[in-house]
Design a protein. Structure first.
Lengths: 409, 409
């Protein structure tokens, strides 16, 4: 991508109401644009980051048999009345609207109801299970307060996976497969060492659910942890009986702030029973299907990664998340000529700063945008038939021969 | 993809209220699921078709300098009041909703307003133009009637491109580039020979706009055409002055039904003026930006392609749109063993019917699903070390050696 052709310009200031550091950088570096509180657009660089995150998640979910679909946002109230989740007193984050032709509709805050109902058409027998269905879809939640940039929004991109089983054992088996997949996902997202499976309240049908909490100061949740015993729990379950279950004492726990980047949940019959998702078993008896659900907030994860890896100069993307691997910044006429040659055929890998700017301006933008490697070509580097590559994370620079650099792209 | 692992089963019947042939086939073959009138889910095969269509459109728009973004669906009324498109009396297809925190929001039926407003942050000078921004995004339109399956829905996937220019000449130049890109897109979608740029009413700021109309009997529009003079016009502009402009007489025109699969529009100052998108020109004078907008209904195009190419047995996807190129249908134990070997490593190209079904059932599903090539491996074909490949479109079969088939994948 050529910066001279891009409509993006880095900005001196972010909106005053953005308190999260990452949100300020994401806006100033041209990754996102704030429409209003809790509502953002994804600009070309931001959309590439979103697609990179989705790519990692998709890859790991396909490995555990996930089948990708895309469900509608508009929701028929009748399904949600069956599970008692339509009433605003019960679920207080609905956006609701009206059909011209008459009748209320909702904007999906999640998709258990329509997915469960849709599968009634296809799942009839124990032979049709197990199965797992997921999507990357835009969710709408009417949050009273939206803050922390794209970490808590009213419209966001979520990966939601739902699994369906003939028995509790099979649900447990798959739940564990998802735990492993999630561990791989957070590792690949660069968050593995600060993201922990966390005990949280389980709701009606199981004692606990699991959240994935990334320890960062800007996180909205308070969690307690004991590293030796590998226990992390949300403050909402900091009770004597829970501590006893987990085999830790209150004074063995440390407190920290964390951002929830995923959750997994054994739903069992919570939705399949009221919606009537049933199968005939080996003995031709009718049984209710066991369900699990598993979420990852894709746009929130982007915010958390941005927050975790930024420094005082800007964003610092991990290589497999970054919109481009290289920021190519030629200086002077000769540098520009060679840069053009290098760029051609590598448009997908290189963010090419071919603008007529001073070196300092290019370097500042490279740092703000957080591209992993800044590649400078100037008369000075050309004198050694080289480019200067600077690692955004470490700040270290080295001269690399042009041939070697070309190969490394 | 293995059909034994897929939750999709072909269905005997489609919902009774589906009148379009293609909608019935798309539902029965497991491409889409109807949530309610005008609201559909995309199941694994359907999502692949959508992504294939998007891939073609993206490729052609990138060639003409389009920059991909993703705008929010939730809309701030203030922007739309400036252009007088918030009032339900003026724009009657809004879905509106309320923020918990207070205030009305809309669900975007299109994105001229937010795109124009967003660009005010980035576009200041004539040097920032021209530019073109596009997205694939879910649009919401509160249609009084929804019909023809995914050809007219209340929630749909649209590609919307917006271009910005310093002068009318430059808008004209880019408009023509888009015309060429659209011609290539409809060709690659397999609709080139029945899709025509069509004169339609232009609204306030230009006499005409252009629609792209695909001639199919199930289309909602009536158009008039003269092949010799290469003139097609929507019935809404069938007036004496228009006929004179286009140099045709009423009795030289034939009438037909058509589905609108795209539109392009010279907006000029329609949105940039009320929203204040201005630049300073070469002489440092402040000028209003010229705009164009260009839409393609991605999900509608999927419906139109399905409608155009189906026969009485089911769907008949063009090869570059089809979710898979091959439908691999082994018969018997030996056939299954060889099919497994062929399938491995080709999971993306082959829809593998590894289910324990009778050959007739597999063949019927292959035809209903419309996969371009059905590949049968049986004892009979193995006796000649071959597979039997049947072209879905022509129905012609030929024996091809296993080695040759493997290479062709």
């Amino acid at each position: 991508m050529r910066l001279s052709n891009s409509f993006i310009k880095t900005l001196r200031d972010a909106p005053k109401d953005e308190t999260a550091k990452s949100a300020g950088f994401l806006i100033r570096a041209g990754y996102i644009y704030k429409e209003m509180a809790g509502v953002y657009d994804y600009l070309p660089l931001g959309l590439k980051v979103i697609e990179n995150i989705k790519g990692i998640v998709r890859d790991e979910l396909n490995k555990i048999g996930g089948q990708e679909v895309l469900m509608a946002a508009l929701q028929n109230p009748e399904l949600w009345k069956k599970t008692d989740r339509w009433d605003d007193q019960k679920v207080d984050i609905w956006f609701k609207t009206e059909l011209s032709a008459g009748g209320e509709l909702g904007l999906a805050p999640t998709h258990e109801e329509p997915i469960t109902n849709m599968l009634k058409t296809y799942v009839k027998s124990y032979k049709d299970l197990p199965l797992a269905v997921y999507q990357f879809q835009t969710k709408f939640r009417n949050e009273l307060r939206a803050k922390s940039g794209i970490m808590r929004t009213r419209e966001f991109i979520m990966k939601d996976l739902y699994s369906f089983h003939t028995s509790e054992e099979d649900l447990d088996r798959y739940y564990h497969e998802v735990e492993n997949a999630y561990a791989r996902i957070y590792d690949r997202l660069g968050l593995g060492d600060i993201t922990f499976e966390t005990f949280a309240s389980g709701g009606v049908f199981s004692k606990y659910s699991h959240e994935y909490q990334t320890f960062i100061p800007v996180g909205e949740d308070t969690v307690y942890y004991n590293k030796d015993k590998s226990v992390v729990l949300n403050e909402e379950v900091l009770q004597d009986d829970v501590l006893e279950d987990l085999g830790v004492k209150r004074d063995e726990l440390e407190e920290t702030r964390a951002a929830e980047v995923g959750n997994i949940f054994k739903l069992k019959f919570k939705y399949s029973e009221p919606l009537g998702l049933k199968i005939s078993d080996e003995n031709n008896e009718i049984k209710t299907v066991y369900m699990g659900c598993y979420g990852i907030g894709i746009s929130r994860v982007m915010g958390v990664i941005a927050e975790k890896f930024c420094d005082d100069k800007g964003l610092v993307w991990p290589e497999n998340i970054a919109p481009f691997k290289f920021y190519l910044a030629p200086i002077g006429e000769n540098g520009s000529k060679i840069a053009e040659e290098i760029y051609l055929g590598n448009e997908d890998k290189i963010l090419f700063d071919d603008r007529a700017l001073r070196p300092g301006e290019k370097f500042a933008d490279a740092e703000l945008m957080g591209i992993p490697f800044r590649v400078v070509i100037s008369d000075k580097t050309l004198a050694e038939n080289s480019v200067e590559i600077t690692n955004r994370k470490t700040g270290e620079s080295e001269l690399v021969s042009i041939e070697e650099f070309k190969k490394s792209i």
